[in-house]
Design a protein around this ligand. Structure first.
Ligand SMILES: Nc1ncnc2c1ncn2[C@@H]1O[C@H](COP(=O)(O)OP(=O)(O)OP(=O)(O)O)[C@@H](O)[C@H]1O
Length: 272
């Protein structure tokens, strides 16, 4: 049995959440190239609905590259080429007729560094619903903004200053604003690329709590450098190494009884 010191597992176990959940995202033999560099090799994985899946692994192993495949953010990198198949709810997201802008509303993304628009708190959240035509009146839009800020655990802190700039908030509040912005367009999947790496421990703890709450309504995939964080927030964990998905499974199993020696070496701190 392999154990990490001080590892505290997520409150909801896989048995309670992921095992019973339907599969939301299916990836089969996904390969990614940046020009001639083969960055991701034959990645196949099933990601369960309404659960948190963590991607872990040493720097440069391809975690972010694979995350970006799930909402076609790699399309924006000219030298990047993706092959294989990724389905969400059974539909091919690389279908030529599919509009990537619509896809990215359904599959929202939260980045490493909070990146609010240089606009008011209200406008940061209202922007997406407005451009996607999701609301029919100002009252509707107000309701979506309020609900999104509440779901992101930020409303109480900002309700009296919705017209103030989003960039004036603390780092942790800005990251929750970015989560509210993603939520406002009714996503089904939220991708988070190291969402706490620029935050202090208190702001990090708040985001982790929020991730646990959001799990009830959304499918969440999080890239993290912190194994403790993966253990605390996720029900499933996937370990990547040198562009390959080495092993994935219930988080508890990955951290206590990994099948592959590379996973074992990584989680016990032997490399990475
Ligand atoms: N835009 C890009 N252009 C060229 N190569 C890239 C690009 N993005 C990533 N790569 C390369 O692809 C490989 C995988 O990178 P990726 O950022 O996905 O890894 P990662 O596991 O997320 O790393 P980290 O933990 O350091 O963020 C690396 O070798 C990286 O240098």
């Amino acid at each position: 049995m392999t154990t990490m010191p001080n590892i505290e597992l997520a409150k909801a176990t896989v048995a309670e959440v992921a095992d019973e959940a339907a599969t939301k995202v299916v990836a089969r033999e996904v390969n990614v190239y940046y020009a001639d560099k083969h960055a991701l090799h034959d990645v196949s994985i099933d990601i369960p609905e309404k659960a948190v899946t963590a991607f872990i692994g040493p720097s440069g192993c391809g975690k972010s590259t694979f995350l970006r495949c799930i909402n076609r953010m790699n399309d924006t990198i000219s030298i990047c080429r993706v092959s294989g198949r990724i389905e969400i709810d059974g539909s091919d997201i690389y279908d030529r007729n599919l509009d990537p802008v619509q896809l990215r509303a359904k599959v929202g993304m939260v980045f490493q560094k909070p990146n609010p628009f240089p606009k008011s708190i209200y406008e940061n959240v209202a922007y997406g619903p407005r451009i996607h035509g999701l609301t029919s009146s100002k009252a509707d839009l107000d309701e979506v903004v309020t609900m999104s800020l509440k779901r992101a655990g930020l409303y109480e802190e900002v309700k009296d200053r919705l017209a103030s700039p989003g960039t004036g908030l603390s780092g942790g509040q800005q990251q929750r604003l970015c989560i509210a912005r993603a939520i406002a367009v009714n996503p089904e999947v939220i991708l988070m690329d190291e969402p706490c790496s620029a935050l202090d421990p208190i702001a990090t703890a708040k985001i982790e709590e929020l991730i646990d709450e959001l799990r009830e309504n959304y499918t969440i995939v999080i890239v993290t450098h912190s194994m403790q964080q993966a253990a605390r927030v996720s029900q499933r964990t996937a370990f990547f190494h040198l562009g390959k998905l080495v092993e994935e499974g219930p988080t508890e199993q990955i951290f206590t009884a990994p099948q592959d020696k590379r996973t074992q070496d990584y989680i016990t701190g032997r490399f990475g």
